[in-house]
Design a protein around this ligand. Structure first.
Ligand SMILES: Cc1cc2nc3c(=O)[nH]c(=O)nc-3n(C[C@H](O)[C@H](O)[C@H](O)COP(=O)(O)O)c2cc1C
Length: 197
């Protein structure tokens, strides 16, 4: 199988809020990804790639300008072998910006694994993750069992942006190892037999 470039992992930063904490969490994850020999990553930051929020009528062309806004995102999701979604918890769920990005795509998610790094207040974003599993199942994606979560996230990183608790680093390795297993398994299977949705 084609392992020349390793697994291509798209890291999606779901929060677009002014003053957001998301990049601290994402940058911590990217250090883990950069250390892996089996993966390359592409950071898809939804704050840098705002997408439209009005969908076209069924069977109708999208509004002018839609294709231009999707162009910096969709091909990168299509090219990914696997995803890691970095999500906060907003009102016991995930942010609207993330759902919007998910909803603009369909085949881009099919038969691909999705891991999660979540953060938030008391729950560490776990409720956001559990809801994302339901959404992504509809899109034929496979969600990874083990996650990384930061509760009270703003207290969990030191001045060098390292996680204070080494358990978080161990959790990231576990999640990425599981993601790699699924990404290889699904990529190999798709090469043998195209996924029929
Ligand atoms: C609209 C909104 C709703 C929130 N709801 C929750 C919540 O239900 N549970 C929780 O633990 N934290 C909640 N928080 C706290 C966020 O998880 C926390 O501020 C996090 O840093 C937000 O991510 P961001 O800074 O990247 O936007 C909420 C924050 C916002 C802005």
């Amino acid at each position: 199988m084609d392992d020349m470039f390793g697994l291509r992992v798209a890291v999606i930063v779901g929060s677009t809020r002014d003053g957001r904490f998301g990049p601290v969490v994402a940058n911590w994850l990217l250090i883990h990804l950069a250390q892996r020999e089996d993966m390359t990553f592409d950071l898809v930051d939804l704050a840098e790639t705002p997408l439209p929020t009005v969908f076209p009528a069924f069977g109708q062309p999208a509004a002018p300008g839609t294709a231009e806004l999707l162009a910096p995102v969709s091909p990168r999701l299509a090219a990914a072998d696997a995803f890691v979604i970095v999500t906060p918890e907003y009102n016991h769920s995930f942010p609207a910006s993330l759902k919007n990005a998910i909803d603009w795509h369909n085949k881009e998610w099919h038969a691909k694994p999705v891991g999660f790094v979540s953060y938030g207040g008391l729950s560490g974003g776990l409720r956001a993750v559990e809801q994302l599993r339901v959404v992504l199942a509809e899109l034929h994606a496979v969600t990874i069992r083990d996650t990384v979560s930061f509760h009270g996230a703003w207290t969990q990183f030191d001045a060098d942006a390292k996680a204070k608790d080494p358990a978080a680093d161990a959790a990231a390795k576990t999640m990425l190892d599981q993601l790699a297993w699924w990404a290889h398994a699904l990529r190999d299977a798709k090469a043998l037999r195209p996924y029929a949705a």
